[in-house]
Write a protein that binds this ligand. Structure first.
Ligand code: COA
Length: 161
């Protein structure tokens, strides 16, 4: 029963992330989407909000669970008894950073593999930051994020105004 951990900040989750989650479920029985409590980024959505949004948009996906973690990712992966870490690659520019992370994690836990999925081309330009920037300036993010996220972004930016 292979289990994978898909870690990230998810501020907010996009259709690009969902694409990776869905494809990971075709290989792993269980995919735990692990939201970093502190990834070093200033987040728009609180940890609780990011968890709630992820749970809502993945509720129909079998074998997908959403949790938070703090501290070293590899310690959390070990504690969960998971077999692999899942990451998405959008472009060559992601490669160096991802390779460094994968190798460092491998150094700390040799039995845990990092498995990469190429992000579908239609989402290869996407990031949570670009979505937030467009939404904050009143641009349309339809098709880039689930409609629930679109609604949450609107609420957040109206509230902040
Ligand atoms: N679709 C859309 N966007 C995607 C994407 C996809 N398929 N794949 C990546 N992205 C985006 C993300 O939204 C994020 O955008 P942002 O920078 O605007 O927030 C960016 O690409 C990826 O950011 P990155 O910093 O690579 O990852 P992350 O913030 O999602 O998560 C952690 C990083 C949490 C996994 C990492 O910091 C970590 O493991 N922290 C724990 C501490 C630790 O163990 N450190 C040692 C590691 S060796």
């Amino acid at each position: 029963m292979p289990t994978a951990i898909y870690p990230g900040t998810f501020d907010p989750v996009t259709n690009g992330h969902l694409d990776i989650i869905q494809r990971a479920t075709s290989i792993f029985d269980t995919v735990v989407v692990a939201v970093a409590e502190d990834s070093g980024k200033d987040t728009l959505f609180s940890l609780e909000e990011r968890l709630e949004i992820l749970r809502e948009v993945t509720s129909s996906l079998k074998g997908v669970y959403v949790e938070s973690f703090s501290g070293l990712l590899i310690k959390y992966v070990k504690k969960k008894g998971a077999d692999a870490i899942v990451r998405g690659l959008r472009a060559v520019s992601d490669f160096e950073y991802e390779m460094q992370m994968a190798m460092m994690n491998k150094k700390m836990a040799e039995d845990i593999e990092t498995v990469f999925f190429f992000t579908s081309t239609e989402y290869s330009f996407l990031s949570s930051s670009v979505v937030k920037q467009v939404a904050s300036l009143g641009g349309c993010v339809k098709g880039l994020v689930p409609s629930y996220v679109e609604k949450k972004l609107k609420e957040k930016y109206n509230f902040l105004k």
